[in-house]
Design a protein around this ligand. Structure first.
Ligand code: PMP
Length: 284
């Protein structure tokens, strides 16, 4: 695999960063994951905008090549011959050559890394026909979940708890209300209304979420952006998640309780279809 590191396209085994890099020592880094369908980038503009916001919120320097990121993504797709898959991008505050809590001076340049992951069945994912099972866990992450940092230990623990329970993912709960999935936004459908948590510092502003809600409204579906409880989710007609790598994915059980009749619902199926069609049409 050919990866990108600070201006160079390199074989992955030659791409090396300092042990003092702040993403390694302090989780002082932000990231984006953009999916690729038919060799083209899905929702690139949204991911690029959110990256800029994450950098601003953390007062992190923009990589000098920020305006060339589309070209860099495309070049990696080309070099690795990716038809379907993902591109992972990470910016860290870089390495000041020692360990220090304070941010380094502005002469320390950020570290920029990109790599591809080929996933031949991203769109035609068999899981979309079966649906996924989730458990609920307490949300123990920090309070700025609107910033897409690489501090992913609790989400990793959540996925492991789900796995140990024979499930696929966990929905996190704070003050009795669902925040989001470990790496996705959470939705329920009640009657003809799609319900998903309102934006704020408690969740990530999903790029797929924004697109899906726009398509839902354009298709005259009702959308409510508000918080909901696990009990409300268990009583819902349908549930689903969205993210760049799963698009729209139905949820069929929560803590073992079937949602609706326990099979993927029509709203999630329709939104998945619309999202895939529309994003393929506008892919870069
Ligand atoms: N919430 C969290 C916590 C996530 O990690 C992700 C995926 N990175 C999302 C939501 C979904 O965001 P997006 O649709 O931009 O992938």
């Amino acid at each position: 695999r050919t990866v990108y590191l600070n201006g160079d396209y390199l074989p992955e085994e030659d791409a090396k960063i300092s042990i003092f890099d702040r993403s390694f020592l302090m989780a002082d880094g932000v990231y984006e994951v953009t999916s690729v369908l038919g060799g083209k980038l899905i929702d690139f503009a949204g991911h690029s905008k959110r990256l800029e916001r994450s950098l601003n919120e953390l007062e992190m320097q923009k990589p000098e090549v920020f305006d060339d990121l589309l070209d860099i993504h495309r070049e990696l797709v080309r070099l690795n011959d990716i038809d379907e898959g993902m591109i992972y991008l990470q910016v860290s505050r870089g390495s000041a050559g020692d360990r220090d809590f304070a941010y380094p001076n502005s002469d320390v340049k950020p570290t920029l890394v990109l790599f591809t992951q080929s996933k031949p069945n991203l769109a035609d994912n068999p899981a979309a026909k079966i649906g996924i099972k989730v458990i609920s866990i307490e949300d123990q992450r920090w309070g700025r979940r609107d910033i897409k940092t690489v501090q992913l230990l609790y989400p990793s623990m959540g996925k492991m708890m789900a796995k140990d329970a024979g499930c696929d993912d966990a929905w996190m709960v704070e003050d009795g209300h669902v925040t989001e999935g470990t790496s996705n936004n959470a939705y329920i459908v009640k009657g003809d209304t799609i319900i998903t948590r309102h934006l704020g510092t408690e969740i990530l502003n999903g790029i797929t979420r924004a697109a899906v809600l726009r398509f839902a409204r354009e298709a005259q579906m009702k959308v409510e952006e508000r918080s909901f409880t696990i009990q409300e989710a268990k009583d819902a007609d349908e549930a689903f998640i969205t993210s760049a790598s799963t698009f729209v994915m139905p949820v069929v059980t929560i803590d073992g309780a079937p949602i609706g009749i326990g099979t993927p619902g029509p709203v999630a199926a329709r939104l998945r279809e619309i999202y895939l069609d529309e994003s393929r049409n506008s892919a870069l």
